[in-house]
Ligand binder design. Structure first.
Ligand SMILES: Nc1ncnc2c1ncn2[C@@H]1O[C@H](COP(=O)(O)OP(=O)(O)OP(=O)(O)O)[C@@H](O)[C@H]1O
Ligand SMILES: CC(C)(CO)[C@@H](O)C(=O)[O-]
Ligand code: BAL
Length: 283
């Protein structure tokens, strides 16, 4: 059975109030729809760790710095609801735009530090848009647990920081990246790749793994990252926006492997911007 789709905050509150006495833990899985197995892995984790699960679907205009990207973002709400049916989630909150940004809305949540550099440097205003909408969704749903993917690793760090800084009473749960068999991280934007570009796309993950493996094995950081960039371009990507080694917890730039770290990258292929990241596992 498909879950009810709630469009208004009053309906969400009424739904939430109906659970209050009987329910211990409510989880939220925030998404922008066009659901794939990556999103569904978050829903599965939420179902295992909560009594009630709300999935939100909202294509948030404030986090798109590029109007073409916003216009092209896939919107597939009916099939999204069908994909969620087997999970028996308790509610789908797909708010009308004015439920998030009512007339006169004038507030922005801005997280410094972790949102700077990486995607923050290439998508001006993006993380302010993400932090603002996530704060709003957490407050509207009043969930005790919220699930986010490590595929958007910098986003996960931004959300962890804002929740800590603002004392939002929610536990943030990070979930591993789900990949295709050839290693490409699942993303709603993958459908925009031509068949030829789709064949090339896994080179991003391969280069990340190669760089992380070399650094973990003691190779100097800068040449290992440079080799990664060259491999991505040689495979057919048109641009590497960044490929960097960062501290896993703070995202501070690292010139040497002196603490737990990740290698993160964004690159353009066939006009599509893809991101990915991997941990550097000490050998
Ligand atoms: N491959 C994946 N594995 C695990 N989680 C994922 C994956 N892809 C997306 N997610 C998570 O799902 C949530 C919603 O993401 P979103 O709706 O932006 O999907 P998306 O596929 O990441 O879209 P896009 O890549 O186009 O931005 C985020 O927490 C995101 O990290
Ligand atoms: C967290 C999120 C739903 C906020 O719009 C979005 O950035 C996403 O889908 O990753
Ligand atoms: N997955 C993060 C949402 C975005 O790219 O805007």
């Amino acid at each position: 059975m498909t879950a009810p789709i709630l469009r208004h905050l009053t309906d969400l509150r009424a739904c939430r109030a109906g659970w209050r006495d009987e329910v211990a833990t409510v989880a939220v899985v925030p998404t922008m729809g066009a659901l794939h197995q990556g999103h569904l892995s978050l829903v599965r984790a939420a179902k295992a760790q909560a009594d009630r699960v709300i999935v939100t679907i909202f294509v948030n205009p404030r986090q798109f710095e590029n109007t073409d990207d916003l216009a092209k973002y896939p919107r597939t709400e009916e099939t999204d609801a069908e994909k969620l049916a087997p999970f028996a989630v308790d509610a789908i909150y797909a708010p009308a735009p004015d439920q998030i940004y009512p007339e006169g809305f004038a507030t922005s949540v801005s997280v410094s530090g972790v949102s700077e550099g990486l995607c923050g440097a290439h998508r001006p205003g993006h993380f302010d848009g993400v932090a603002t909408v996530v704060t709003k969704l957490l407050l509207q749903t009043q969930a005790e647990r919220a699930f986010f993917g490590e595929k958007d690793y910098q986003q996960l760090m931004v959300v962890r920081r804002l929740v800590r800084d603002l004392d939002v009473p929610v536990e943030i749960v990070g979930c591993p990246t789900v990949r295709e068999d050839d290693g490409l991280a699942l993303s709603s934007r993958n459908v925009r790749l031509s068949p030829a570009a789709r064949a090339v796309a896994p080179a991003l993950y391969r280069a990340l793994k190669q760089a992380a493996g070399a650094i973990a094995g003691g190779a100097p950081v800068s040449p290992a990252l440079q080799a990664g960039r060259e491999a991505i371009l040689a495979a057919g990507y048109s641009e590497v926006e960044y490929l960097e080694l960062r501290a896993a917890g703070t995202l501070a730039p690292l010139a040497a492997l002196d603490r737990p770290a990740r290698v993160l990258a964004a690159a353009r292929l066939d006009g599509v911007r893809l991101i990915d990241n991997v941990p550097v596992l000490a050998v």
